[in-house]
Design a protein around this ligand. Structure first.
Ligand SMILES: [Zn+2]
Length: 67
């Protein structure tokens, strides 16, 4: 995880909602296979962020953001 301390905010552009999901992805052209990038997402944007990554075959999984 590479979020700063405090409440995680949704990664969607312009969204300031608290994040409750971790969208885990990896771009094999940029990252080694074991590297995991995380976008945080609110309920509203979880699907659109996952779909964006899924369409590019970057999506690994979506998991609840626990802290
Ligand atoms: Zn959002």
């Amino acid at each position: 995880m590479n979020e700063s301390e405090g409440v995680a905010i949704c990664s969607a552009k312009g969204c300031r909602a608290p994040a409750v999901w971790a969208v885990v992805w990896n771009n094999p052209k940029l990252h080694t296979a074991d590297r995991e990038k995380i976008w945080t997402a609110c309920d509203e944007h979880r699907q659109s962020l996952a779909d964006y990554l899924s369409a590019r075959s970057f999506l690994k999984r979506v998991e609840p953001l626990t802290r």
